[in-house]
Design a protein around this ligand. Structure first.
Ligand code: HAM
Length: 442
């Protein structure tokens, strides 16, 4: 019989067996972020709906169709966050971070929510690692963020990533580019999907963001697509050239993608994304860009910023498909006790757990059952608290990998375990081969 309740559509449970990979990836990311001088910021899971509507753009899919919007019992109009940037910038302003230092490097990690159609790599609750460099208009800031973006993936073992980059200019140049797109699309306007026809009216750049196969085929029938890069002004062009030169200097592999517009409206100048073959061209592993108008949009002083978010679920999916190895959990200790030493074992286990992962049978089963459990547990060391030894202030320590055992005084137990757990497990086949060799020569 199917259980009565299941996880809501588009959400997933991550079970202990899955979480090894996630926790490893999170720890690796934290290390990289620290080395880049980033500090963590945690903002609420929900904010005023208006915050997202203003920043993501009224005509964006995120606001139009994907928002988890709700009213609380006090009639507040709220929404679960569909992304981090708006909340982080709200916090930046609310706490006057701009007055404390000129440049801030901020990262966050956690769940975000979008009501989309679930499919492989697309969920309604998913996780992002989000990074923002706030306060610098310099092209060097864009270069540093794209470099960090790539370095995070590389630290997880991704190789040969190519970052797609474009410049989306400023609102004014985007409007004139929008007109050029309308003219370009005019011959096929009636044949476009209903969604794209609507977008063509409200925000023509969004048409380039379509995932509709029919639309994409129609684009192929048209002549060369007008380029945003031909519509940007001289200052934006200089910025763009400097970013490209910086990426080359940093050794980042990139391709210019003239169709890259991003799904959120707050971007200015640089926009970037990274894709992976395993997920297909329509699904991005991560993306970001510069957003120099966003803080002012929230009522703050003009403040430049550049950032990105990595979709963790998608990155984990790719690593899993490639069979990337996850480091095994730290080897531990199993403590087995007799009826007569059980009370003392409870205290000993508690003391050992200050330093080592320790397993102990809470059900007070017989010695045989404990031995069996120790074998299955994957523990490296087995501590046996026999009555006689314990009365003498000793225990027996068995190295379950090497198959050796020794009697150890209680006050030397911790150093003995530390040494055992730090030792490489012996490679049995190598030992056997050596033995075989020895017999041959002797
Ligand atoms: P975004 O491109 O909307 O950017 O999302 C970033 C990443 O989140 C995507 O590339 C993808 O990996 C992941 N993602 C998005 N939707 C889903 C989904 N339904 N299921 C699974 N993963 C998904 C932003 O969110 C911007 N706030 C990034 C940014 C930060 N720009 C500047 N600063």
């Amino acid at each position: 019989m199917a259980p009565r309740f299941q996880a809501p559509r588009g959400t997933r449970d991550l079970l202990p067996a899955d979480l090894g990979r996630w926790q490893w990836a999170e720890a690796v990311a934290r290390d990289v972020l620290e080395r880049y001088g980033f500090r963590e910021i945690r903002t609420p899971l929900f904010e005023d709906f208006e915050l997202f509507a203003r920043t993501s753009g009224e005509s964006s899919d995120v606001v139009q169709k994907e928002m988890y919007r709700f009213q609380d019992l006090g009639d507040r109009d709220l929404a679960l966050r569909p992304e981090f940037t708006a909340g982080v910038m709200r916090a930046y302003l609310e706490h006057g971070l701009g007055g404390r230092a000129r440049v801030h490097r901020l990262w966050s990690m956690g769940p975000v929510f979008r009501y989309g159609r679930p499919q492989k790599g697309r969920y309604r609750q998913f996780s992002q690692i989000n990074c923002e460099l706030v306060g610098s208009p310099a092209p060097g800031a864009d270069v540093e963020m794209i470099t960090l973006f790539v370095d995070l993936y590389e630290a997880w073992g991704f190789r040969d990533l190519t970052v797609l980059v474009n410049s989306v200019g400023q609102p004014a140049s985007r409007r004139s580019y929008g007109e050029a797109l309308r003219t370009w699309l005019a011959p096929v306007r009636e044949k476009l999907s209903a969604d794209s026809q609507q977008r063509l009216v409200a925000n023509p750049l969004r048409v380039l963001d379509t995932k509709d196969a029919g639309d994409l085929a129609l684009f192929g029938e048209l002549g060369e697509m007008p380029r945003m890069l031909d519509a940007i002004d001289a200052a934006d062009r200089a910025h763009w050239e400097a970013v490209r030169a910086g990426l080359e200097a940093a050794g980042i592999r990139y391709e210019v993608d003239h169709g890259l517009v991003r799904g959120l409206d707050y971007y200015t100048r640089t926009a970037f994304e990274v894709h992976d073959r395993a997920l297909g061209a329509q699904i991005a592993l991560g993306g970001g860009g510069r957003y120099d108008g966003l803080v002012a949009e929230l009522g703050g002083p003009p403040t430049p910023g550049v950032g990105f978010a990595i979709g963790l679920d998608r990155a984990m999916l790719v690593l899993e498909e490639r069979g990337a190895a996850v480091p095994a959990p730290a080897a531990g200790v199993y403590v087995a006790a007799m009826e007569s030493t059980r009370a003392a074992a409870v205290a000993l286990v508690r003391a050992l757990r200050r330093r080592f992962p320790v397993e102990f049978d809470v059900e007070a089963r017989g010695f045989g059952a404990q031995m069996k459990a120790a074998g299955k547990s994957g523990a490296r060391a087995l501590v046996i608290m026999g009555e006689e030894e314990w009365t003498r202030g000793e225990v027996v320590v068995k190295d379950l990998a090497a198959g050796t055992q020794e009697t150890v005084a209680r006050d030397r137990l911790e150093e003995t375990l530390a040494a055992r757990l730090a030792q490489e497990p012996p490679d049995r086949s190598a030992v056997d081969e050596r033995r075989a060799g020895e017999t041959e020569t002797s």
